[in-house]
Write a protein that binds this ligand. Structure first.
Ligand code: COA
Length: 334
């Protein structure tokens, strides 16, 4: 699916992020499994990640991010009528984490639901919120992307353990006078679903229950390098924009080698590319908002700038959004 927005201006007016306090270094992981700081840095660019505590569930990581986003937008929670949480690690299958958060944040009039599109979830949720707000179904939405993948990792499997971290980000999406979202491109290929899955997490019964995230790293690497480029090219063409016109490129933070490949192929100079996978690892649905927050804190998110975001992940799924930034954004990481 790719589409250019039709002239109604809807934008991000507030951004907030939160990561658990606990920092876990590569050296600590090397004491748990047969790996090394050198291997992890060379192959992924990751130096450390945040890990939620035993008592910390997804909603606990999302809540501070939501409060920060609302504060930045200057919005009373009661004025939010739609709350979407993109995640694959909800507190529980039901009730949705979105319903729990709507209650805790004080949003009695909000429709609230969780959305599952792997690490691409935040991009899917942004597109849905845009559509609901642009169509007038929602007056103002809160979109949250967050995951605590540490809870579903096999802590004895070095091939997945070193890649992921926990974190969340939230944005307020509402009508504005000018600028805002220019278009979206979203896709899914279930044929590749087996390459990144959490098998025994639903109604399908397996002969041998598989209780952890499962991944074929090489296949996902090939998929990721392909779709990050294709999706970005597709959305730029749909919106009649060029790589040169994009000021800030925010790719999903999975592996610095994947990011470098996509940036080089697309022709982005280093200074336009946002990278923070070194500090957080792959935070799944939290990845794009956390990277946006870093760009904001660096002073890169200012009105008039063109920002391209592209995510990819389990499904397999991918998604891009192009937005003309409309609000000064900094101090987003709580
Ligand atoms: C997982 C990934 C980092 C592996 O990097 P790679 O360069 O492809 O490494 P390979 O899979 O070829 O493995 C090379 C060797 O390192 C070993 N290895 C794997 N993980 C290791 C680790 N943490 N520490 C040390 N060695 C490791 C492998 O067993 C393999 O050993 P072998 O050659 O004896 O079989 C890379 O494939 C990747 O990033 N894939 C995409 C993952 C991703 O982004 N997932 C989420 C998408 S949202």
């Amino acid at each position: 699916m790719k589409s250019r927005t039709d002239g109604r201006h809807v934008s991000i007016s507030g951004l907030g992020c939160h990561v658990p306090e606990r920092v876990m270094t590569n050296d600590e992981l090397a004491r748990l499994v047969d790996t090394s700081d050198e291997w992890i840095r060379d192959r992924t660019g990751i130096c450390e990640r945040r890990i939620a505590g035993p008592e910390e569930a997804l909603s606990d990581v999302c809540r501070p991010a939501c409060r920060k986003a609302l504060e930045m937008a200057g919005v009373d929670p009661r004025a939010v009528d739609l709350l979407i949480v993109a995640t694959v690690t909800a507190d529980m299958l039901f009730p949705s984490t979105a319903a729990l958060l709507a209650d805790e944040l004080g949003m009695p009039d909000a429709a609230a639901y969780d959305l599952s599109a792997g690490c691409t979830g935040f991009m899917y949720a942004l597109a849905q919120a845009y559509g609901m707000v642009a169509a007038g179904l929602s007056g103002r939405a809160l979109v949250v992307g967050g995951d605590v993948l540490s809870k579903i990792l096999n802590w004895e499997d070095r091939s997945t353990l070193v890649l992921f971290g926990d974190g969340a980000g939230a944005v307020v999406v509402e009508p504005v006078d000018h600028g805002g979202f220019l278009g979206f491109e979203l896709g899914a290929d279930g044929a590749g679903g087996e390459y990144l899955s959490f098998p025994s997490s639903g109604s399908r019964v397996f002969a041998e229950p598989e209780r952890y995230l499962k991944m074929n790293g090489r296949e996902v690497f090939k998929f990721a390098t392909r779709v990050l480029v294709n999706s970005a090219e597709a959305i730029l063409e749909t919106c009649d924009k060029t790589v040169d016109e994009v000021d800030v490129y925010v790719p999903h933070q999975a592996n610095v080698r994947i990011i470098d490949h996509a940036a080089r192929k697309l022709g982005f100079p280093d200074e336009k590319v946002v990278v923070n996978v070194d500090r957080y690892g792959n935070t799944s649905s939290g990845s794009i908002p956390l990277a946006l927050a870093d760009a904001g804190d660096d002073g890169r998110l200012v009105p008039g700038r063109l920002v391209l975001m592209t995510g990819m992940g389990a499904g397999l799924t991918w998604g891009s959004a192009l937005i003309e930034w409309t609000h000064v954004t900094n101090g987003a990481i709580a």
